[in-house]
Write a protein that binds this ligand. Structure first.
Ligand code: SF4
Length: 432
């Protein structure tokens, strides 16, 4: 009887990485290699890494050492953005057997099977810089909501960012293939799809197709009751997309828009593709067309060139808008980025102070937004609780609610009344 083979995964970084890990697990499962939880003696360990900051690289190295120590007999495979950017560094680390770049990631079965057949046959694999392959990914892993990757890579080359180098040129799947994946989710009983990618609005660069046509095609799929766009650049969030989402059947009143800074001079130094006036217009239009809309924003503080005056200007601009959540990142120096040519450097302590001020603003705004809905009823997709956390879900306008555990309601959309805000900005609610 052929011995059952097993694989254990660890993932760092963004939602796209988690979705791709689930897809790698699917590919290996189809080849008879089963995913197992931590502990035991897996034949293979796969670490899917992130490289968005120096700290992310450091965490990657720590995880590699920990995996090699815990699973000395397993094949250790390292993939993801850190593997793509720094394979020469990783392959030197003790216990690492294979480093797979973005282009080779989807061939993981071939490399693992080769090793399982002959442990001395490990092929030296060097990640290629010319990343052109679009590897589809659509998974929910242990969650209730599905993450559907529609686009990968980026051609924007913002001055502080290494993602274009880590994930390659902007590319996407075809509308036909992505609709088939979404239909498959509907056939599996999925109710909500989060559309993900690196620069989603740049969809269709390699296929000549348009993002607006993709979301229209998605909206027509019966069975999927909710879609969210995980993130879209301000200059790519066209009025046509906003207006269409507002009248659509299943696109939620919820946008996440990376602004990065509210000062135009810093935006210029970042080489972003818009100014703050354009951003403010988009926010205004979203709220005119969808008054209950939740808008989340990425904000980077302490980037090179962000003088105290520019920071105050950015803070005041963000405070002047009705935004519901700020996802705040302290700037991190990245080797090979042109931002390193900007002379003005913000001290670590100042970065921490600016981060704290932005987070305080964000929490205040999010609480004010939630208070508008206390005592009212909103539709929620009930999600399976993790461990002993309460059953939870998100309203259409992205308020996280806790409800009494009713397992029969998991993965169904129902109405709740929002009762009480908690310190973590979740809301205890009653199923009505
Ligand atoms: S848009 Fe800019 S920040 Fe975002 S991934 Fe592309 S280069 Fe990086």
């Amino acid at each position: 009887m052929e011995q059952k083979r097993t694989v254990y995964f660890e993932t760092l970084g963004c939602k796209l990485n988690f979705s791709e890990t689930a897809t790698l697990g699917q590919l290996l499962a189809e080849a008879g290699i089963e995913t197992v939880e931590d502990g035991g003696t897996p034949d293979v360990c796969v670490l899917n890494t992130c490289s968005v900051t120096e700290l992310a690289d450091k965490k990657g190295r720590q995880r590699i050492r920990s995996l090699a120590k815990r699973y000395p007999d397993a094949l250790i495979v390292v993939t993801g953005c850190y593997a793509q950017l720094k394979s020469a560094e990783i392959v030197q680390l003790p216990g690492v057997d294979i480093v797979l770049g973005q282009e080779q990631k989807a061939d993981i079965v071939k490399f693992v099977k080769q090793w399982l057949d002959d442990k001395n046959s490990i092929e030296e694999v060097t990640p290629t810089r010319d990343i052109r392959r679009f590897s589809p990914s659509c998974e929910c892993g242990s969650r209730t909501r599905y993450w559907l990757k529609v686009q990968d890579g980026c051609d924007y080359y913002c001055s502080y960012c290494t993602i274009p180098m880590a994930r390659g040129r902007s590319r996407s799947g075809t509308i036909e293939s992505l609709v088939a994946q979404a239909q498959d989710v509907a056939d599996r009983g999925g109710k909500e799809i989060v559309i993900t990618g690196v620069n989603i609005g740049d969809f269709g660069k390699n296929t000549g197709e348009r993002f607006i046509d993709l979301i229209k095609a998605f909206d027509a799929i019966e069975g999927i009751e909710r879609y969210r766009i995980s993130s879209i650049e301000p200059d790519l969030l066209t009025d046509e997309i906003i207006d269409w989402c507002a009248q659509s059947r299943a696109f939620m009143p919820h946008f996440h828009i990376p602004l990065q800074c509210g000062n135009d001079e810093v935006l210029r130094l970042m080489r972003r593709h818009y100014d703050r006036a354009l951003f403010a217009d988009k926010v205004k239009r979203c709220q005119e067309k969808m008054p209950d809309c939740f808008i989340g924003v990425d904000v980077m503080v302490g980037s090179r060139g962000e003088t105290p005056e520019f920071f105050e200007d950015s803070y005041n601009f963000l405070a002047s808008l009705s935004l519901q959540h700020l996802h705040v990142f302290p700037y991190s120096e990245r080797p090979g980025t042109i931002a390193l040519r900007i002379p003005y450097v913000v001290k670590q302590r100042e970065k921490q102070e600016r981060t704290a001020r932005m987070i305080e603003l964000s929490d205040r705004r999010q609480r004010e937004f939630i208070e508008r809905y206390l005592g009212t009823e909103r539709p929620v997709l009930f999600e399976a609780p993790h461990g002993d956390s309460p059953m939870h879900g998100f309203t259409d306008n992205y308020i996280r609610v806790n409800v009494p555990h009713r397992p029969e309601l998991v993965n169904t959309v129902g109405m709740v009344r929002l009762d009480k805000i908690n310190d973590d900005l979740t809301v205890d609610s009653t199923i009505v």
